[in-house]
Design a binder for this molecule. Structure first.
Ligand SMILES: C[S@@+](CC[C@H](N)C(=O)[O-])C[C@H]1O[C@@H](n2cnc3c(N)ncnc32)[C@H](O)[C@@H]1O
Length: 202
């Protein structure tokens, strides 16, 4: 249920850092080391975009750099997606499983860097999603390489969102040249109040 310590993000219940359960998880787990310490607003961009351009039902979805994994939880809850959530930092997973639980869905987690996700592994998925995972210059090349492997693996669709940082712009512009892609500004008004970029490759 939503209260002052929780948010309703497009029908997904998301706890604030001040919520007692999140404070308990923080005491019990190790500290997130690559910014997976909270729900990032780019997820609202991702979900709003997916609502306007919905996936097919029952897709096998891989969320990379999942953090709390709210994008994957949304797809599991609303589109019966079978979701695998991948992150280099396993300390994010207790928060992800907690949110999957309170939203009544299951999500499988994998500790791995996206640089190491192979064509073989990608061929198990129909769709790859991500929000706010391209924030350092050194992430641009590994992510465009990952998208190339998605293409080789026959992944049907890759959707990524970002608040508009330059490393993401560089990666997205390269992909826009190479693939059949939508690359556009996206804004989500009150109460979400976030603007950024969407890259949608089919
Ligand atoms: C800014 S957070 C975004 C989390 C989540 N996607 C969201 O929008 O709330 C970036 C996430 O990417 C993960 N990450 C960073 N580099 C990664 C890599 N090379 N492979 C896999 N995950 C990575 C971090 O651990 C963190 O959870």
């Amino acid at each position: 249920m939503t209260d002052s310590q929780s948010r309703d993000i497009f029908g997904v219940l998301v706890r604030k850092n001040s919520h007692k359960d999140i404070r308990r998880l923080k005491r019990e787990s190790s500290v997130a080391t690559i910014h997976g310490n909270k729900f990032w607003k780019s997820t609202s961009l991702l979900i709003d975009y997916l609502e306007s351009s919905p996936p097919k039902p029952n897709m096998r979805v891989l969320e990379i750099g999942c953090g709390w994994g709210i994008g994957g939880v949304f797809l599991a809850k609303n589109y019966d997606a079978t979701v695998t959530a991948l992150d280099a930092d396993e300390s994010v997973f207790p928060y992800l499983h907690y949110h999957a639980d309170i939203n009544g869905v299951n999500v499988t987690t994998v500790k791995e860097r996206y640089e190491n996700v192979s064509v073989d592994m990608l061929s198990e998925f129909d769709m790859v999603i991500a929000s706010d995972i391209c924030f350092w210059d050194e992430m641009t090349k590994p992510l465009s390489d990952l998208i190339h492997r998605c293409y080789q693996a026959g992944v049907e669709r890759v959707v990524m969102t970002d608040p508009g940082r330059q490393p993401f712009r560089d990666m997205a512009e390269e992909c826009f040249e190479k693939y059949a892609a939508i690359y556009e500004n996206w804004s989500v008004p009150h109460p979400y109040n976030i603007s950024g970029l969407v890259l949608d490759i089919e």
